[in-house]
Design a protein around this ligand. Structure first.
Ligand code: PLP
Length: 393
C-alpha cells in the first residue's frame, strides 16, 4: 500500500507503544504494573453520566453546531470568568473532540508550509507531530533541568525567526509537572507581544496543582496577552472524562471561526451526548475535583520520597499534573545500560514495571511515571524499581 508522506513521517506515540507491550506481558500472565497511564484512575462522577443518559432519553441525539452547543459554550465562558477572571464572547470558543483535537484543528487552521512553532522540551508527544501534520516545522528550545525544565525569555528570543508563528506553553506540564509563575509568564509574554507570536497555552492540567503552587493562565495577566493567546483546555483530566472526548479552544474570533470551518468538514461536531455530559461537569458539583486533587497530592508526597531514595535517581518535585519525571541517567549507567531507553526496557521486562522513556518527550535522560494508579500499586512499583537498581549495580 502506498501511503502519504505525511503519515510515513509520523513518529508513533511512545506512550502507546509501552502500554501495548505492558498489556501483552500481562496477557501472558506476568504481574506487570503499568505507570504509563495518561488519565486519572477515577470514574467520571455519576451526575455527569446521568445527565448524558438523560439527554439521550430526551432526544438530544442529533448534530449540534460545529463549534459546540451554545449551552456548553455558555458554561465554558463562565468557567473562564470564574477561574481566570477573563471575558470571552461565545464566538471566541470552539468545543472539539478532546483538547488533542482542538490543538490539531488549531495547527491546521494556523500554519502554512514552513511556518515554525516553538516547542519547549520536554514536550507532550503530540505537539511536534501535529505541527508537522500541518506542514509546520517544530523548533525546540531546551527547558533545562536547572531551570525546572522551563524556558527563559532569552532562549525564546533566540529561537524566533521571521517564520515563527507560535509558541506552545504547557503549564502544568506533561511530562515534568512544572508550573510557570506569573512573573515567568509575563516575561515570556512580553517577547511574544514584541514579535507578534501567538501563544498556545495548553492548560489541560489546570486543576491538578499541589502544595503552595498556583496555576496562572498567561491570558489572565493583561488584556494584550489575552489577545495574543489561544487557550486549550477540556474536561478530560479535570473531571476524569478522557473517553468522552471533550476539549475546547478560546481565543481570537477569526482563528476560532477558521477552526470551526475546518471542524464542519471533519468532525461536524463533538459527540452530542458527551457535550451534555460536559455541561453537567461544569454546572454541577465540583467536589470531585478537590477529592481527586487531594488523592493525587497524597500519592505524590509518598511516592516522591521513595523515588528519590533510589540510587542514581534525581527528581524535581512536581508541582502539578500526575507525573514524576526523574533524571535516571546515573541509574542507567550504574546498572550497565547504554541509555535510558534500554534501562526502561529492562524495567519492564525484568522488574515488571512499565514506565515511559523520556526520549519520546525530547528528554532522553528521564523517564515518566504516572501516579494515576492506586497508592498500593505505586509503592509496589517503586520498590521493584529500587530492588532492580540495587540488584544490578
Ligand atoms: N495536552 C496535554 C499536555 C496532555 O497531556 C493531553 C492528554 O494526555 C492532552 C492535551 C489531550 O487531552 P484530551 O484527552 O482532552 O484530548
Amino acid at each position: 500500500m502506498h501511503l502519504a508522506q505525511r503519515v510515513k513521517a509520523l513518529t508513533p506515540s511512545s506512550t502507546l507503544a509501552i502500554t501495548a507491550k505492558a498489556k501483552e506481558l500481562k496477557e501472558q500472565g506476568y504481574d506487570v504494573i503499568g505507570l504509563g497511564a495518561g488519565e486519572p484512575d477515577f470514574n467520571t462522577p455519576q451526575h455527569i453520566i446521568d445527565a448524558a443518559v438523560q439527554s439521550m432519553n430526551e432526544g438530544h441525539t442529533k448534530y449540534t453546531p460545529s463549534a459546540g452547543l451554545p449551552a456548553l459554550k455558555k458554561e465554558i465562558v463562565k468557567k473562564f470568568k470564574d477561574d481566570q477572571g477573563i471575558d470571552y464572547d461565545p464566538s471566541q470558543i470552539i468545543v472539539a473532540s478532546g483538547a488533542k483535537h482542538a490543538l490539531y484543528t488549531l495547527f491546521q487552521a494556523l500554519l502554512d508550509e514552513g511556518d515554525e512553532v516553538i516547542i519547549p522540551t520536554p514536550y507532550w508527544v503530540s505537539y511536534p507531530e501535529q505541527v508537522k501534520l500541518a506542514d509546520g516545522i517544530p523548533v525546540y528550545i531546551e527547558g533545562k533541568e536547572e531551570n525546572e525544565y522551563k524556558i527563559t525569555p532569552e532562549q525564546l528570543m533566540s529561537a524566533i525567526t521571521d517564520k515563527t508563528k507560535a509558541v506552545i506553553i504547557n503549564s502544568p506540564s506533561n511530562p515534568t509537572g512544572m508550573l510557570y509563575s506569573e512573573e515567568e509568564l509575563r516575561a515570556l509574554g512580553e517577547v511574544c507581544l514584541n514579535h507578534n507570536i501567538l501563544i498556545v497555552s495548553d492548560e489541560i492540567y489546570e486543576k491538578l496543582v499541589y502544595g503552595e503552587f498556583k496555576h496562572v493562565s498567561i491570558a489572565e495577566i493583561s488584556p494584550e496577552l489575552k489577545e495574543q493567546t489561544i487557550i486549550i483546555n477540556g474536561v478530560s483530566k479535570s473531571h476524569s472524562m478522557t473517553g468522552w472526548r471533550i476539549g475546547y479552544a478560546a481565543g481570537n474570533k477569526d482563528l476560532i471561526q477558521a477552526m470551526t470551518n475546518l471542524a464542519s468538514h471533519s468532525t461536524s461536531n463533538p459527540t452530542t451526548t458527551a457535550q451534555y455530559g460536559a455541561i453537567a461537569a461544569y454546572s454541577g458539583s465540583q467536589k470531585m475535583l478537590k477529592d481527586m486533587q487531594e488523592a493525587f497530592e497524597n500519592r505524590l508526597n509518598i511516592i516522591y520520597e521513595k523515588l528519590i531514595a533510589i540510587p542514581g535517581f534525581s527528581c524535581i518535585k512536581p508541582q502539578g499534573a500526575f507525573y514524576l519525571f526523574p533524571n535516571v541517567k546515573v541509574a542507567a549507567e550504574l546498572t550497565g545500560f547504554q541509555n535510558v531507553d534500554d534501562f526502561s526496557k529492562a524495567l519492564l521486562e525484568d522488574a515488571m514495571v512499565a514506565v515511559i522513556p523520556g526520549s519520546g518527550f525530547g528528554a532522553p535522560n528521564n523517564i515518566r511515571l504516572s501516579y494515576a494508579t492506586s497508592l498500593e500499586l505505586l509503592e509496589k512499583a517503586v520498590d521493584r524499581i529500587h530492588q532492580f537498581v540495587e540488584k544490578n549495580m
